[in-house]
Ligand binder design. Structure first.
Ligand code: FES
Length: 147
């Protein structure tokens, strides 16, 4: 019975979501925080859901990116693909990752979930800004044990 319910759920998902989006929603990459990260931001979408992004940066390149969200399946897919897109990018390249980059990488999202991609893009942008601020004042990192 459970198998049947799961099959039905997946069939319904497949009507609205690409294979890539379903894969990232069901098997999200890079979940969780990065201790003593180099940049962090948490954003809240228009729906009230939150998404956090952590960055580890080496030589001005994103060596590691991770995320967490309390939001919907689409926000999980967006957070996951955003970390994949950001990894190995220079800071300047990461700044160019926007809502449309995320939507394109996911093969699109239903109209009522486009804001999930916006949330991930804005959070990444804020995490990059946080990195740039922290890079100006490296001593501040010592006070950020909760990141
Ligand atoms: S992030 Fe809130 S509905 Fe997707």
């Amino acid at each position: 019975m459970e198998d049947h319910a799961e099959k039905e759920f997946i069939t319904e998902m497949q009507r609205e979501y690409s294979e890539t989006a379903i894969d990232h929603a069901r098997n999200p990459r890079n979940v969780g925080n990065i201790p003593k990260c180099d940049g962090f931001a948490q954003g809240t979408g228009v729906c009230g859901d939150t998404l956090g992004i952590w960055l580890r940066v080496k030589n001005d390149r994103i060596a590691l990116a991770s995320f967490w969200t309390d939001g919907c399946g689409a926000s999980i897919a967006c957070g996951s693909i955003t970390t994949v897109l950001a990894k190995d990018r220079t800071i300047e390249e990461a700044k160019k990752i926007d809502r449309d980059t995320i939507l394109e990488a996911l093969g699109g999202l239903p109209d009522d979930h486009v804001h999930c991609a916006e949330l991930a893009a804005e959070t990444l942008s804020s995490a990059v800004k946080d990195y740039q601020e922290l890079a100006k004042f490296p001593w501040k990192k010592d006070y950020m044990n909760n990141k």
